[in-house]
Design a protein around this ligand. Sequence first.
Ligand code: FES
Ligand SMILES: [Fe+2]
Length: 377
Amino acid sequence: MTQGNVLAVEFGRPLGDDPELAYTLPSRYYTDPAIFELEKERIFHRSWSFVCHASQVAGPGDYVAGDVVGQPVFVVRDRQGVLRGFHNVCQHRAHELVRGAGRLKTAIACPYHAWAYGLDGRLRTARNCEAIRGFDKADFGLRPIRVETLCNLVFVNLDEDAAPIADLAPNLAADMRRRLPYLDELEPAESYDFGGRPIDAGWKVVVDNYVECYHCEPAHPAFSDIIRMPSYEHTIDGVTARQVGHDVRHENAAYPLAEDARMPHSVFWYLWPTTTINVLPGDGDLMVTQLLPDGPFRTRFINHRFAPGGAPDTEARRDYLENVLGLEDTLLCESVQRGLFSKGYDQGRLVVDAARGGTGEHVVHFFHTMVRDALEG
Ligand code: FES
Ligand SMILES: [Fe+2]
């Protein structure tokens, strides 16, 4: 199927603008590789993607490389203290310039033929090019990309015309600051790897599962024991959604929670399209989970955990998150992806009532309309 006819197929049942009457995205949206190709252009390469914590690029020359769904990128702090972002590709013959994270001394040197760029992206030296006819170094600077920082979290966007995060999510920074008084104490800590394997499900299946807690009681018994589900709240704001579990049980089936825990509730922020910012009850930390779509039917993750002073998590909480909660969601998503290939399914009905309660599916509708509008866009 070519990109040209991707949108020609009409929905059998409408998503609708009213979540209370809405159906899900047709299963073709989860099974057609042409849709994924279109998503790269119209979603991932036009939206904000998490790269790192600001403390990882605090000094001149500090850099972190990343990947925006097939597009290698990096951010680097220049000599003047400006955080810059570039496509991670040499303008000579396209070798990638940097890998991982580290500190550059004075220049970004390409490993292939040693062209060297300043931290501002300008090409400074190109070996043996003095006598090359018509060659002007000014024509071969690195291609910049947009960089923004939200609550010490660094994001990039390949679309130079993209709206700033503050316009797209006008209350997110203030909300994070209000709910996480320890925000400026956070430093990178050990990360969870949730079994170290990708999920065999597309990124939309993963987001669908993330943005509803209708499944929490049947599928996450320990989570719905530590969080009292009647207290659950799920709201939409700009291109974000927020889940708050207000009431907790200190004695519960998930992990021990001290009576004086610094973070006595859960908050999960979803930032369109592939970033989740997660805080579970405990000593006070933050986990940014980067969804890395790896083809139409597979999603990898990087879970960046941050804690005051970089403190490690407790064994019990880590064990619960990695080996219980994470595994439960992995298996749910993989089963749904298999089900979406079934000839016996196309569109389901979302469970949304007027109350927009925390265990309804109104944010799934929000997400589906965001996908639909972006693909049509
Ligand atoms: S590809 Fe970078 S110097 Fe040749
Ligand atoms: Fe879940």
